[in-house]
Write a protein that binds this ligand. Structure first.
Ligand code: DC
Length: 214
């Protein structure tokens, strides 16, 4: 299985940017799995449900329709692409993604989307749980300060009051939750190529991955 390229890594590691550029370069589709968890988080916030209420969560998962149209995220006919990019939804999506029922519900959607053909898929468990059989698996990392700096630059556009200290704290919290949960935590498996992008230019990272493809 070489047509599915998986890129996993922590928040702010640059997975989204790199995966998108790599997909464009190769003529592959791009699939942001984090958007699925963000969409579920957004829906729970809309419906004001307690995410610890498993029945309510299951009802949402059964009924919501998630679609991707040219990288726009559409939930039940509504384009929520910008709404899911807030700091609050980022935090809530990390909490929602620790729920096994959510991961199970999203598993098939991810498999099906990837079986449609060549794709670069990025997230936290795409190489360990979604496409473990892929031969092209990467783990993208960068040091905490650099990841926080990238996230800070993104967030300060909409949140002028945000500070670097708060961003670092939030990233640390998310890293810990995403990598310590029971259900398919973020982890680097032995068959992934590790890429530390600290101090690397975006195009350097893309070409490093490209030259390491099988
Ligand atoms: O990559 P992101 O920040 O958009 O992801 C949002 C959250 O979704 C992240 O904190 C953890 C979760 N996630 C996950 O558990 N598994 C994935 N494959 C992708 C994202």
């Amino acid at each position: 299985m070489k047509d599915v390229i998986t890129i996993d890594g922590p928040s702010g590691s640059g997975k989204g940017t790199i995966a998108k550029l790599l997909a464009k370069k190769l003529g592959y589709r791009y699939f942001d799995t984090g958007a699925l968890y963000r969409a579920v988080a957004w829906k729970t916030a809309q419906e004001k449900i307690d995410i610890d209420n498993e029945d309510a969560l299951n009802t949402i998962l059964r009924n919501m329709k998630i679609a991707f149209e040219d990288e726009r995220v559409i939930v039940d006919g509504q384009d929520i692409s910008s709404e899911i990019r807030t700091g609050e939804i980022g935090e809530l999506s990390s909490r929602v993604s620790a729920k096994t029922t959510v991961r199970e519900a999203l598993f098939n959607i991810q498999r099906e989307m990837c079986l449609q053909g060549k794709v670069v898929i990025e997230g936290r468990d795409t190489g360990t749980a979604i496409f473990p059989e892929s031969e092209n698996k990467f783990y993208l990392d960068a040091d905490l300060e650099e990841r926080a700096r990238r996230r800070f630059e993104e967030l300060k556009i909409n949140y002028p009051g945000i500070t670097m200290e708060k961003t670092i704290e939030d990233i640390k919290k998310r890293d810990l939750r995403d990598s310590s949960r029971e259900s398919s935590p973020l982890t680097k498996s032995d068959d992934m190529v590790y890429v530390d992008s600290t101090g690397m230019a975006i195009d350097e990272v893309v070409s490093f991955i490209n030259t390491n493809l099988k």
